[in-house]
Design a binder for this molecule. Structure first.
Ligand SMILES: [Zn+2]
Length: 70
């Protein structure tokens, strides 16, 4: 049961909406001005993965010594 965060591109109002499917995302409208020009926001989970990915990449580089080239 995902609840996505949206931000209206017309009046910049952030809001949350329960979305059952990707097609339902297209039908989401701003509760303030009724504009359909809304954009789904990147969740905090995604930003967490982004930070973890960077650390993982550096860790992978350090553990990848099987080549022995250097
Ligand atoms: Zn709006």
């Amino acid at each position: 049961m995902p609840i996505y965060e949206f931000a209206c591109q017309n009046c910049a109002t952030p809001f949350e909406k329960f979305v059952r499917s990707f097609s339902a995302v297209e039908a989401v409208k701003c509760p303030e001005c009724g504009s359909a020009d809304v954009e789904r926001q990147v969740s905090t989970f995604a930003s967490h993965v982004k930070g973890g990915s960077s650390a993982y990449a550096s860790g992978t580089t350090g553990s990848t010594c099987s080549t022995g080239g250097l």
